[in-house]
Design a protein around this ligand. Structure first.
Ligand code: C2E
Ligand code: CA
Ligand code: CA
Length: 528
């Protein structure tokens, strides 16, 4: 059974893996809206641009007629008018009238009957004006472009306003719920669908507007987004399928990863509560006498199936997740229970426990030591706490504070992995370190008892100068033991003597080496 923490983690990862599925709709909405808005805008721009071209052509037609006709309503005038009518597909009629609307003449030999639908607007930069009119018998209004001639007469050209709309050659027009082409003063020319109700516009409504830049005409249109969005259903399906596949892939990869690394980390919390984090004990020996003088507590995760997991597989996670502190507490409680009798019996026996950097940050370690070991068979003077040099101790004030509180109790401090990390021995001295543990990488340099290893020699002499006790770690060979002993380093641990042992094996070893009635073998070797 996995711990609550790991279950939550898996649910979170699964949710994250399928997030893209939920996002498909949102992303497609955005894509469809921008695409449909652009399409509507281009259609509307084409309409206003078309109207502008038609009006400008009509202006030119009028100017050519007047330029080539010395007077109005003469045969020459009609010849010129007919020529323009033939050449322009949108020019429908040309008429001459006075200011009161009395018609003098018009093309095709008869008068023009029309109704004026708007006031007349000046065309910027031109002498012509523009208005909307309705020819008798025609449903779609026309534009009337008028040029004054002499004092009291005017010549007008009648043109189709927006043939793109009128003939619905643009398919997009079919999608528009509203379309209004009008003069810029608001006079409508063409209205399709309902009039636009600006007050009722909502998020579902796409609204676009376009102005013909050079003439006073504009167009406005709107469409229902949800209606247009339905045409994206296939894309929706495709994208959702791809996102689902990706989600499944991420989940499979995650589960594979979880299985491969067996994510021991996820179960640590449960393992601590279930008492699966067990202290193993590595003997610390006296090289001079060959006797046992103490031990180092090293954690092992002993699973219910009997598998023993070394700390390298979970210690970093324990530290990162804040579980290192409760784990150490659980270990200390077990140590008290496991070693109380031995420690009471052999007063100089030393127990060394590894701490984490976090212990120095929260400072509660001092209270924990007191509540666990206070009044127990293990005296404070029998306890050593190790701080590793591999990780930086950032908050030196906090470290000083905790170390001095520990010293007041009578426990001692060892610098673990000395020489591999961030401090130097001088700093350790100011901290009040009592013991230095020379790391295995230096001990490994010893090949021959008679060949000096300057790095080790330097460490040893510095420690001795500062009156700091030395323990050598990772001693695996007789040569290393001999070399160290020759340098007056007497305390050592390593596979040469014993690996870390489970409690029963360690107690058996300790009992075998127990001091005889005549005197203690375990006594007096490790100075307090
Ligand atoms: P460490 O504190 O430097 O412990 C010494 C490590 O070297 C132990 O590994 C020990 O089993 C191993 N060792 C001892 N003698 C020899 C030897 O002769 N040859 C070789 N090759 N190895 C030897 P372990 O138990 O796997 O622990 C690894 C590290 O995990 C420890 O290094 C320590 O930093 C950390 N650790 C273990 N238990 C605890 C714990 O309860 N608390 C804390 N804070 N850290 C722990
Ligand atoms: Ca250690
Ligand atoms: Ca070490």
């Amino acid at each position: 059974m996995r711990s609550k923490r790991s279950q939550i983690l898996i649910v979170v990862v699964a949710a994250l893996a399928f997030l893209p599925v939920l996002a498909v709709d949102y992303v497609l909405d955005g894509y469809a809206k921008s695409r449909e808005t652009n399409k509507l805008q281009s259609a509307l721009d084409a309409i206003t641009h078309d109207s502008q071209t038609i009006v400008q052509d009509a202006v030119l037609s009028l100017r050519r007629i007047l330029h080539n006709s010395p007077s109005l309503c003469t045969p020459t005038f009609f010849t010129n008018v007919n020529l323009e009518l033939q050449q322009s597909i949108y020019l429908r009629q040309v008429a001459v009238e006075n200011a009161e609307g009395i018609q003098y003449c018009a093309a095709y030999g008869s008068g023009v009957n029309y109704r004026v639908l708007s006031g007349s607007l000046a065309i910027p930069g031109h002498t012509e004006t523009l208005s909307v009119v309705e020819l008798e018998g025609e449903a779609t209004p026309l534009l009337k472009i008028t040029q004054q001639f002499g004092g009291n007469r005017a010549v007008s050209a009648f043109v189709e306003a927006a043939p793109l709309v009128a003939r619905e050659v643009t398919p997009i027009v079919g999608n528009m719920r509203h379309l209004v082409v009008s003069l810029t003063n608001g006079a409508p020319i063409i209205i399709r669908g309902d009039a636009i109700d600006f007050a009722a516009l909502d998020a579902d409504y796409i609204f676009v507007r376009s102005f013909a830049g050079d003439i006073p005409i504009k167009a406005e249109a709107g469409a229902s987004f949800s209606a247009l969005r339905s045409s994206y259903a296939e894309l929706d399906f495709g994208f959702t399928a791809v996102a689902c596949l990706m989600g499944v892939l991420v989940l499979i990869l995650m589960l594979k990863y979880a299985r491969r690394t067996d994510l021991p980390s996820f179960d640590i919390e449960r393992a601590i509560v279930a008492g699966e984090m067990k202290p193993y004990y590595q003997p610390v020996m006296n090289l001079k006498t060959g006797k046992l003088i103490g031990c180092e507590v090293l954690v092992r995760w002993v699973k219910r199936n009997g598998e023993v997991v070394p700390p390298g597989a979970f210690i970093d996670y324990a530290e990162m997740s804040g579980l290192a502190v409760p784990m150490t507490l659980s270990l200390m409680e077990q140590v008290r229970f496991d070693l109380e009798e031995l420690c009471a019996e052999v007063p100089d026996f030393k127990v060394s426990i590894n701490l984490f950097e976090g212990h120095f940050r929260d400072g509660t370690i001092v209270d924990d030591i007191q509540s666990i070991f206070g009044g127990s068979g293990i005296r404070y003077t029998q306890l050593v706490f190790e701080i590793t040099e591999r990780r930086p101790l950032d908050d030196r004030d906090a470290v000083n504070h905790v170390v001095s509180a520990m010293h007041k109790l009578g426990v001692r401090i060892a610098m673990d992995d000395a020489g591999t990390g961030h401090s130097n021995l001088a700093y350790l001295h100011t901290l009040g370190i009592d013991i230095v543990k020379i790391d295995k990488i230096f001990v490994d340099m010893i090949r021959d008892p008679h060949v000096p290893v300057p790095v080790i020699d330097g460490l040893i002499s510095m420690a001795k100068d500062m009156d700091i006790e030395i323990i050598a770690e990772g001693v695996e060979t007789q040569e290393q033991a001999l070399y160290l002993r020759a340098k007056n380093v007497y305390f050592a641990q390593g596979y040469l003597f014993s690996p870390p042992l489970k409690l029963s094996s360690f107690l058996a070893l300790a009992n075998a080496l127990k001091p005889s009635a005549r005197g203690s073998n375990l006594n007096g070797d490790m100075a307090a």
